[in-house]
Design a protein around this ligand. Sequence first.
Ligand code: NCD
Length: 322
Amino acid sequence: MKPAVGQLRPDGSLRHLLTLEGLGRERIERLLEQAQRYVCEIGGVAPRRSTLAGVTVANLFTEPSTRTRVSFELAAKRLGAEVVNLEVQLSSRVKGESMLDTVYTLEALHVDVFVIRDAEAGVPGLVAAHVDPHVSVLSAGEGSVEHPTQGLLDALTIAQSKGRFDDLVVAIVGDIRHSRVARSAWHALAALGVKELRIVAPEGLMARPGEFPGCRRIDRLDEGVRDADVIMMLRIQKERMSHTSLPDSDRYFAEFGLDPRRLALARPDAIVMHPQPMNRGIEIASDVADGPQSVIRTQVRNGVAVRMAVLESVIAGRSAAS
Ligand code: NCD
């Protein structure tokens, strides 16, 4: 779904990040290169800059989040910004104040960047369409539509492990239908020229007809992971389903869980990804999640670096435009 508002300023710089669709290979590559400069080994001293000094970032999350919220907060702080975190369901929104009124209040308090996660499609775009021209909106996950910074961190993780995109086979596996992670990964990886993108899911969790054009649709896990270079596992998004369509966990693991036997069907140097939170024993076996081919912790680490790059990019463009 295209956002109601453009993401770029008239001079072509990035103002909002709502979707990776149409962002283009060059801009995505530039963001990944910039993010790579902020990557820090686990256990190392995280890099700090002051490029966001004087900038205020508000995290507005109406859905639960651990990694995304914390990494946006750390990214902003490591660039010298001030950060406010609003658990919107605990604030006056429950008293009927709309998201836009909350945003206008925060704008009056000089918030420059809104980071928004919402279960409803269209909310980040709606806010982006109403904020002042100097303000930016970054999606931190929009319903089952998109999760653009997750798509970027997934692409960065693949680039670090494989060093290339063009001859890769990437299998995205699980609840494709409800996954904003899958949609953003698809936009990023298609733009970066991945050779073969597979979406692998049982019928009820497969993308609807016409969605994910250009991807190979596969309804059996063995076939889906065979000779893959990258296997991206997804959580079953129970919160986006009616109870009747919930698959039984044991049966799901038997048919669609990534275990060591199935992983052995992929290329020997295949990497295993998962955006988390993981349901161990449902979509992924613990031996695989914690095994040598897993890059799941690397994804988390890259999340901070990617969010630093995105924050810097929207603020740099603002200074240049004013
Ligand atoms: C994902 C999300 O919220 O979309 N998690 C995340 O941001 N790392 C995936 C999920 O919830 O399954």
